[in-house]
Write a protein that binds this ligand. Structure first.
Ligand SMILES: NC(=O)c1ccc[n+]([C@@H]2O[C@H](COP(=O)([O-])OP(=O)(O)OC[C@H]3O[C@@H](n4cnc5c(N)ncnc54)[C@H](OP(=O)(O)O)[C@@H]3O)[C@@H](O)[C@H]2O)c1
Length: 305
């Protein structure tokens, strides 16, 4: 199938393209980072007037996954207007255009729409309560997409993997600090469900193939603290887990408020796909194998030197 990916230079976008380029015709949209990509790239700023129509006219996709976002929580607090334009207004415009052109759309959202106050896991029926600008603009984006285009899909994700910058994912943060003997802390009171990003990509394609629509949680099947995640990375790479200091997020000094509990149930997705979602340790094994095989260097070689 012909699949258009916005945000192809991002953590999800680049790994999705790399994973799926043999099976599907991938056309990415980026702002100029990818100059040696082994798939087609259209260069556009998505917020420029007329950009979306030009992209859709040129690409003529059957499927579209919107991975573009202002996904840095603190940047959103500092620039709420830009966050709204990218995370809410653009998805609305995209959903409308996909409906008009009969393009199957998955819009990527976030686990962070919840306030984390619930004791236990969140399902798609639980009421979100965003804590900051990022979460609020993403939630508004979900609503805008599903209102404009009820046949579209919204996937609330959380993932880790290798990125173009080497800094985008939490796994890279721990790997980098552990290998550079830098002190770091891991939050013991923030629970989330990390999924290996290539698994996210595979499941997104399965969702498109099945023609799913509506809201889905697409996160890892195991909930753990961010500290525990760091320990898992250290163990996998035979690095010193003792270099990670357990800490409470209350002392983080981060600008945007973060929820303590982002344990999301994936039961709905698992049922509708008719399969169990991949487990945490298999994903972590693959993340490590990629490292051994020089995958991070390979994707980074697609960038401008
Ligand atoms: N990382 C996670 O674990 C996580 C967790 C929850 C939800 N999500 C969601 O997953 C999606 C993908 O996240 P990610 O981690 O891959 O994000 P990311 O690495 O920050 O990538 C964002 C992408 O959006 C592009 N972009 C931003 N503004 C643009 C513009 N005006 N025109 C064109 N492209 C623009 C960026 O391009 P440049 O490279 O040119 O800046 C980049 O390719 C987002 O919707 C995010 O909210 C991610």
């Amino acid at each position: 199938m012909k699949l258009l990916l916005t945000g192809v230079s991002g953590l999800l976008g680049i790994n999705f393209a790399q994973e799926m380029m043999r099976e599907h015709e991938i056309i990415g949209v980026d702002r100029g980072k990818l100059v040696h990509a082994p798939f087609k790239v259209l260069r556009h700023d998505l917020l420029e007037a007329g950009a979306l129509d030009s992209i859709l006219d040129a690409a003529q996709p059957e499927w579209l996954i919107n991975c573009a976002a202002l996904a840095d929580l603190d940047a959103c607090e500092n620039n709420p207007e830009l966050a709204k334009r990218l995370n809410t207004d653009f998805p609305r415009q995209l959903a409308r255009a996909c409906k008009e052109r009969n393009i199957a759309l998955i819009h990527i959202s976030t686990d962070a729409v919840f306030d984390g106050e619930k004791d236990g896991f969140y399902t798609e029926d639980d009421k979100p309560n965003p804590l900051g600008v990022y979460a609020k603009t993403k939630l508004d984006g979900e609503w805008a997409v599903l209102t404009e285009n009820p046949g579209a899909t919204v996937a609330r994700v959380n993932f880790y993997g290798w990125s173009l910058s080497g800094k985008r994912s939490l796994a890279e943060f721990f790997y980098h600090n552990l290998t550079h003997n830098k002190s770091m802390s891991g939050f013991t009171d923030v629970v989330f469900c990390p999924m290996f990003v290539n698994n996210t990509a595979r499941l997104l394609v399965k969702m498109l193939k099945r023609g799913l629509s509506g809201l889905y949680h697409l996160v890892g099947t195991q909930a753990m603290s961010k500290y525990q995640f760091g320990v898992e990375i250290a163990r996998k790479f035979s690095l010193r887990e003792g270099d990670i200091t357990p800490k409470s997020i209350s002392f983080s000094g981060l600008l945007a408020r973060r929820a303590n509990n982002l344990w999301l149930s994936t039961q709905k997705l698992s049922t509708d796909l008719g399969e169990n979602l991949p487990g945490f340790s298999a994903g972590l094994d693959e993340f490590y194998t990629q490292f051994q095989q020089g995958y991070p260097q390979k994707i980074r070689s697609y960038q401008q030197p």
